[in-house]
Structures are given as C-alpha cells and as structure tokens.
Design a protein around this ligand. Structure first.
Ligand code: F0G
Length: 457
C-alpha cells in the first residue's frame, strides 16, 4: 500500500518568520497577554482560527475574475444561489458579509426578548446575538461531550431528554427554533449524527418547533457521518449533507469555514415570510439582497469553494491532517479532547496545568505559554470566552477549559504539525514550573475575550 498524500500541489507560497523568545515575551506583554492583540508578523504558525484563513484553489482564483459586480441581479449571485440550492435544498438565499451577520439578520426576524433557543453548545457569537436580544440559549449537548476521554463518535449530538425538558418547560411561542450546530465548534469540533438530526426533527415536530442549522462546518460534519455512521459509507458527502439539511427549514452559514473563502456568509431557507422580513434586515444591515455585503467576485469564488469543500478527497486530506496533529499529541501524553475534532485539536488545560486556579484562567495561561515557547498562536475556549452571566455578572466556569489549535484549510504542511506537536510537548515537560495565571485588568460588556486586557497574577 502506498502512503497517503495530499490531493493538491502548491502554486503560491507566503513567507512566515520565526522570532526569538525575548521578542515574544515583550510582544505578549505589549498585547496585554491577549493573543488577539498580536500582529500577524509576531506569529510563526497561526492556529487562532480556521475561519477565513484557508487557501483558495486555482479554480476559485479564476472565478474571482469572472465576478459580476452589479449592484442588483449579479450573475455571481445566481451562481451562488444555484449552488446553495443544489447542496442544501433550500429555496431562498441571502448573502451576508460573514456568519454572525447571518445570525444577526435571522435572529432579528425570529428571536424576541425572553425567548429560549435550545441547541448543542451554541457558538459564542450565536449566543451573543441571542443574549443581546435578552433571550436565552440553552445547551442540550449530550453529557459525553464534556468527558474528553469518552470516545463516543458523535459528541456534537443533542440529548433528546434535555431538549424535551426545554420543550415541556417553556411554551411553544417562546421557542422560535432549535439550533443544531454542525460540527459543534464549542464542544470540540464534534459531529452530529444523521440519526440524531432525524430524532431531533421527530421530537421537535411533536412540539411544533422548527430546526435551523448553524452550518459553518457542515461538510466536515457530513464527512464524519460517512466515516462513522453505519449505512452511510457508500453515500457521497453531497448526498449526506443534503439529507441533513432536509430536516431543517433553514441555515446560517459562515462561508469562511466550509465555503473555503476568506470572507462571507449567508442565510438559506425555505420559509417565504421569514425570507421577506429577513430581506428588509439584509438591506438595512448588509446591502441589497443579491450581494448582502459580499463582492460579486467573492460570491463567485464561494460557489466554487462550496463545491470543493463537499468533495471527499478534499475532506479526507483536511481532516486527516488534524488527526495527524492530534495523534502526535496523544503519543506525547498530552491531554486532548477525543475523538479528535474536524477543524481543530483541543487541549485540556485543567489536566495540563493543574496548578493554575480557574480564577486565573488556565486555558489562557496555556495558550500564552505555547506562544512564548514557539510563536504559535492558539485560542482560549474557556472561562474568558464563556464570559459573565448576563444576570449575576459572575464568571461562568464552563465544564471544560480548552486551548484550541484550529488548523486553517490547505495552508500548513505536516512539517508544521510536527513543529507544533514538539512545541507543546516542550511546554508539557516544564508544566510544573508554570505556577501562575492571569488577572483581568479591563474587559468589555459582551464577547470580552476579543479585547480583554490581562496582567500576570
Ligand atoms: N457559527 C460557528 C459554529 C462558528 O464557528 C462561527 C465562527 C460563527 C458561527 C460565526 O461566523 O466568524 O463568519 O461571523 N467561528 C470562528 C472561529 C470565528 O474561530 O471558530 P463568522
């Protein structure tokens, strides 16, 4: 048998530079110990996010040249609309400038003060948009998701009992929809099974609640269904994805992930009334309904990107690179979320740095140590991100305190993965010396992690 190799070769490269430990120490201090404040030139390998950081293909770059920049009725919109209809089965399309703009518009139509939006670990901007409207997101993810050693193959699944409890507790009018995030970013890039989507649909139908998808990584989710779910192995990614979408009435999309573009988003849906009202909000917030904040060329590249992202060969290469990194870390004995997620490896900082109290933000502490060690930028998925309770203003301590190593699509090689793994092992080897975390010196009222200022504790 021959070894595995990528189904592409590289046509253009971008230089990245290593720095010294002294430089990094100073830069981190200047950044108030918040990695979002670093300049990209101060970063060697950037694992902050897989969002908008991937490499486009030659086909996408050539599609840019055919983009139609007409204000209304752009041919690039039609290309995107046809592609989205074919992949999702949804009739209406509203482009937006990115995923959270799609959330803003859809939730402007559907979410009111006091409403309840159940789902599987809502992403932070999603939750932000719900709470901004004085509504509540209720996490109904299965308990298996919060045990990093549990090898359950679909740790993004919704717990039907928890969901039914929500449906029984609140009147139907207070629950505009159930939101299924595929894959579930906040629980570790974990997939939702087709069987679970069907069951959630069946339960929600009984209570008259519609389903929407937060679909940022829907293709990666379909790949896991094909790989892990009995009876799905012979279907194409496109067939599986379309079946998943058939159980909902609409979706929000951050095209910066499985759209394989650097900026963009959209809403796709079947409900004409929701579409009509959402169109008004699109015009106010984003732009006319045939571009919604996107350039024509970007819509053209997105149409191609959506097709590429739903090809098995691409997904196999993408997800096996993430697995490659995760397996290296497991070999080194580093505690990570298992099974390894689709877009990222998540390191358990409570196990990694048991000396750091939760009040001193162990995941942020670990992320900063990884940066100091090797110039690798990661992101905290822990207490800083979980933010304060909107009622009590107390810190919310999530079940897990994670550092996410998000892998940009088609961007780094496995040599980079080897470098990252050894860098983290080096931090692991000196973990006993890391005794102190950080205190907050300034924070914003909402989504504080982006701009928070910290000092060493
Ligand atoms: N939904 C999910 C599941 C996401 O992961 C994101 C973004 C969004 C919605 C919002 O989309 O960024 O285009 O406005 N996630 C990025 C991340 C930022 O790093 O995980 P956006």
């Amino acid at each position: 048998k021959l070894p595995y190799a990528e189904p592409y070769r590289i046509k253009m490269v971008e230089e990245i530079r290593q720095s010294t430990p002294e430089e990094r120490e100073q830069w981190l201090k200047d950044a108030n110990y918040n990695l979002f404040n670093l300049k990209s030139s101060q970063v060697y390998i950037d694992l902050l996010t897989d969002s908008g950081t991937g490499a486009m293909s030659d086909q996408q770059w050539s599609a840019l040249m055919t983009g139609d920049e007409s204000y209304a009725g752009s041919k690039s919109f039609d290309e995107l609309h046809t592609t989205v209809q074919r992949l999702t089965g949804y009739k209406y399309l509203l482009p937006t400038h990115q995923g959270r703009a799609a959330e803003n518009i859809l939730f402007s139509v559907l979410v009111k003060e006091g409403d309840i939006v159940p789902g599987n670990s809502h992403f932070d901007t999603t939750k932000g948009h719900i709470e901004f409207r004085k509504a509540h997101a209720i996490d109904c993810t299965i308990d298996e998701a919060f045990d990093i050693e549990n090898l359950y193959p679909f740790k993004g699944n919704i717990d039907l009992e928890k969901l039914e409890e929500v449906y029984k507790t609140y009147p139907k009018e207070k629950i505009p929809f159930c939101l299924i995030t595929i894959t579930c970013n906040s629980s570790g890039g974990q997939p939702v099974s087709l069987e679970n989507v069907r069951a959630v649909k069946e339960l929600s139908d009984r209570y008259g609640i519609p389903i929407y998808f937060d679909s940022a990584r829907f293709a990666e989710n379909a790949y896991f269904i094909k790989q892990r779910e009995a009876g799905q192995e012979n279907r194409t990614i496109k067939e599986i994805a379309k079946e998943v979408f058939s159980y909902g009435i609409g979706m929000t999309m951050s095209s910066k992930k499985d759209g394989l573009v650097n900026i963009g988003g959209f809403i796709a849906l079947n409900d004409e009334n929701v579409f009509n009202t959402a169109s008004n909000f699109t015009i106010i917030y984003e732009g006319f309904i045939t571009y919604g904040g996107m350039a024509g060329r970007d819509m053209a590249a997105l149409a191609v990107g959506l097709n590429e992202a739903t090809e098995f060969e691409y997904l196999e290469s993408r997800i096996s690179q993430v697995e490659y990194l995760g397996n290296k870390l497991i070999e080194f004995g580093i505690p990570i979320q298992k099974p390894i997620g689709g877009h990222a490896v998540f390191v358990d900082s409570l196990k990694f740095l048991p000396n750091i109290p939760r009040e001193e933000y162990p995941a942020q502490t670990l992320a900063n140590e990884i940066y100091k060690e090797a110039g690798i930028r990661t992101v905290e998925i822990g207490t800083l991100l979980a933010d304060r309770d909107p009622g009590t203003r107390e810190n919310r301590y999530p079940k897990l305190e994670l550092v996410r190593l998000a892998i940009p699509r088609r961007t780094y090689t496995n040599n980079h993965m080897d470098y990252i793994a050894v860098a983290i092992k080096n931090v692991y080897d000196r973990r006993e010396e890391i005794q102190k975390g950080y205190n907050i010196t300034w924070e914003s009222d909402i989504l504080r992690h982006f701009t928070v200022k910290l000092e060493e504790a």
